[in-house]
Design a protein around this ligand. Structure first.
Ligand SMILES: Cc1ncc(COP(=O)(O)O)c(C=O)c1O
Length: 447
């Protein structure tokens, strides 16, 4: 075991060492070589080191350089060194953190991390949380707590009786709500289409004045960080309107919530703390390894009401029992790498990383604008939308940049225009990486 892990660590270290110098997208040959995995399941056992060597030889070249400094697609963070190493150690521990008695260390670290997260994200102390796979499940989890609460207030026990015959819940989202919110509403029986959608402005922010009048059980979903523009819904105004009507407010802040960790950017999340629940990702801007999402709920008992389960073989102690707050009973110990990331960065390091990525997004916008290309959004956070002309031309530039390999950016549609999306979310990205990427994009757009 020891030799195997040491040799695996050496392969992983070599992979990460080479990452900044390799093409970001894998080569066609590397992808074609994956066909070698298509074989019948072996009848006989194999040597563990041979398994790993093959994985590294065939698998590593066919990865996209997502943890590297010039991957700007989707919203993808890398892995901070301490978070990656903690993740390895936690994997060796192989702890199931559902109950304190099952894993005191994983449970304790999760609780410490929770307190720090609430503090650094400027959310109400004492809120409950679920450590889940990602923001999609965090949205689902928080909205389950919302459904529990608004129906309980109307005298209905949704966990016991389901939605058959339940009082109707009015659900309000913006035209720009992330698809994961809509999917979550579908999973919860609240309907993907049975929602009221509020129009947005040119940056994708909900027009609060156009919110419908609320009465009875109601859930309002707002967004901190639009996946295209990075813009924030006007949380203070929306919360004030919703609270007056007794509605539950949920915030999807998959990456934007991290603006709260920076004194320079915290104004963007003003009012968000008045909501009832929040979803975010640690695998995005906290730069811990996949997968790691967080659902926070102001009143922990409402989260517990939606998520708890009882069985005689699952003893409960005096401690916080994580599985009372999560959709899963068994899962990995996500609190460990989150704790390690927060300790290794400290409050100042976290703020610096978030601010640096935002500054780098502005650097992208300035460089590309100076080269004559249109920037379609106000770059308030870490997202930049670039147009190179019509849709066909923009898609062609994106194809070329992915093929050229210096960096990786993907396409999107923004209010009727095709754009290239640049998302800067990696701890290891330097200004030089940005300048090299701008030069490559300009080259690709000029050919
Ligand atoms: C605003 C927003 N919400 C939710 C999600 C879904 O997050 P995940 O892919 O971690 O489930 C994303 C992903 O980019 C997002 O940007």
């Amino acid at each position: 075991m020891q030799a195997l892990l040491q040799q695996t660590a050496a392969m992983a270290a070599a992979y990460l060492r080479e990452l900044p110098d390799r093409r970001v997208a894998p080569s066609e040959e590397a992808v074609a070589a994956l066909a070698g995995f298509q074989e019948p399941m072996p009848e006989e056992p194999s040597d563990a080191l041979a398994v790993i060597e093959r994985l590294h030889r065939v698998g590593s070249p066919a990865t996209t350089g997502m943890p590297g400094p010039r991957f700007f697609g989707f919203v993808i963070g890398g892995s901070l060194p301490a978070a990656l190493a903690a993740n390895w150690l936690a994997t060796a521990w192989d702890q199931c953190p559902g109950l304190f008695i099952a894993s005191p260390v994983a449970t304790a670290l999760e609780e410490v991390a929770l307190g720090w997260l609430l503090d650094v994200l400027r959310l109400p102390a004492g809120s409950g949380a679920a450590f889940v796979t990602g923001a999609t499940v965090a949205n689902f989890t928080a909205l389950a707590a919302a459904r529990h609460t608004v129906l309980a207030k109307a005298g209905w026990d949704v966990e016991a009786d389901g939605l058959f015959g339940a009082p109707p819940i009015r659900v309000v989202i913006s035209e720009e709500a992330h698809p994961s919110v809509i999917k979550s509403l579908g999973l919860l029986g609240l309907g993907r289409s049975r929602v009221q959608r509020v129009p947005v402005d040119g940056q994708g922010r909900m027009r609060a004045a156009e919110m419908p009048r609320l009465n009875g059980p109601a859930i309002v979903c707002l967004q901190a960080g639009n996946v295209n523009t990075g813009a924030f819904d006007p949380a203070a105004e929306i919360c004030a309107r919703a609270k007056d009507a007794g509605a539950w407010v949920h915030v999807d802040g998959a990456f934007g919530l991290w603006a709260a960790a920076s004194p320079e950017l915290a104004h963007l999340v003003a009012g968000v703390e008045q909501a009832d629940s929040w979803a975010t990702d640690a695998h995005k801007w906290l730069n811990v390894p996949y997968d790691s999402g967080l659902a926070f709920v102001r009143d922990p008992m409402m989260l517990r009401g939606a998520m708890s389960l009882v069985a005689p073989y699952l003893p409960r102690g005096e401690h916080r029992e994580p599985s009372l707050f999560t959709p899963e009973l068994s899962r990995r110990a996500r609190g460990v790498d989150i704790w390690a990331a927060l300790v290794s960065l400290g409050r100042s390091g976290l703020a610096e990383m978030i601010e640096r990525n935002c500054r780098q997004a502005r650097r992208f916008a300035q460089g590309l604008r100076a080269a004559g290309f249109a920037i379609l959004n106000n770059v308030v956070l870490n997202q930049v939308l670039v147009s190179f002309g019509d849709a066909a031309r923009t898609h062609e530039v994106i194809r070329r940049i992915q093929e050229e390999g210096t960096c990786w950016c993907g396409p999107t549609e923004w209010q009727g225009q095709t754009a290239m999306r640049i998302s800067v979310s990696n701890w290891s990205t330097t200004d030089d990486d940005v300048d090299r990427s701008i030069a490559a994009i300009v080259r690709c757009a000029g050919v």
